[in-house]
Ligand binder design. Sequence first.
Ligand code: ASP
Ligand code: MG
Length: 449
Amino acid sequence: MAKIIVSKFGGSSMADAIAMKRSAGVAIEHSANLVTVSATYGTTNNLIKLSNLALNSSWEECESLVDEIVEKHHSIARELELQDLTELDGLLSEVRTISKGINLLRDCSAKAFDAIQSLGERMSSLLFARALEIVWDGKKEVENFDVRKVLRTDDQFGKAQPQIKEIRRLCDKELSRCKSGEIVYVTQGFIGQSEEGHTTTLGRGGSDYSAALIAEGLGADILQIWTDVAGIATTDPRIVPTAKLMSEITFSEAAELATFGAKILHPTTLTPALREGISVYVGSSYEPLAKGTWIRGECSDAPLIRAMALKKDQSLLTLSTPKMLHSHGFLYEIFKIFNQHKISVDSITTSEISVSLTVEDSTLLNKKLITELETLATVNIEENLCLVSLIGNNINHTAGLAGQIFNALGDINVRMICLGASKHNFCFLVNEARAHDAVKELHHHFIGA
Ligand code: ASP
Ligand code: MG
């Protein structure tokens, strides 16, 4: 049986009519059964800007931005020779009406904010369905499908949580026609609907996640993520220009890479695909013939170091108190505070009377958090650090690896080291000023070039 394929195109693959037609060609060439799209390039940002303007500025200012959004979508529609503009104009007038409402009330609830942001994807999917129709030239039925019929979420507007079971049930009910290939659905990333029928969003960059959830719901074999870079590189090419594109990487490695700072897929994107054993392919819609990267449960090889990442703007908090000596429950008390403030800690080490942990620099703005931590221990703060991570396999059981790493680093001072918790990750902190040097040296040593 033919494989079931879900393809996702990001904003840069939807930049204008030419990009849309190119992406439509890619979807056809790669046999997509269902296509999930992001808003056209820059539109989500514009809709957010519009909401802020509506809240704080005059209607005249809002109106010129509304006009810009209208013109951008009309010009794509013209180039795609979309005859009937009723639906597109309906959505554009929603943009105008919601922003007018925000402006009059000087109030933008989380619900209204999600409603206005959802319009980016609702308009782009309409246009992309048209591009796909042109490229298919009548050989296949294409339908712009409202994803809110299947992507059920809770009502945490702005960061809605998908309801997996319900999504599966609804995908099965509503979308199964695309499995046989008799129809191709085009649908929206990023948005969903609560049980009460309100439009929600999954959070910025959420389209990858949507595509993975739908791939899971459909029981797809492959999820293709089309973007503007041909796959995942061994490290950020802006730091190491000779970084290589990898042909494959495991889910666990990719998740570590994303969590530790690589600007690749949204890490949570991987969860639904991982759960269902769906292979993910990352490729460029601009260079569809270039080899992309496969993300799989298991790869054909398991190199000690496959890639490396850099996470900037890190602070090291060291909490010390003699009360920790021979006592218990101290870590619990500390993490209870982080939990109450919903702050995530990236890495941690402990000694007899102190605990060091890393957080994003911006966490330090939360004075209440720091004050609360100070009731438990003395808090020492070091800012402007970077977390360098090496991602690979069997890292915690390979003799001599630490020696190789420190040799390669030469005179670069290393602050905190984390090794052991994961077989896929070795990470340490360095000063921002030496962070790029550290990555360059390690890339040269472990990957070459
Ligand atoms: N359009 C949304 C954003 O820009 C979602 C996405 O592109 O993934 O955040
Ligand atoms: Mg995006």
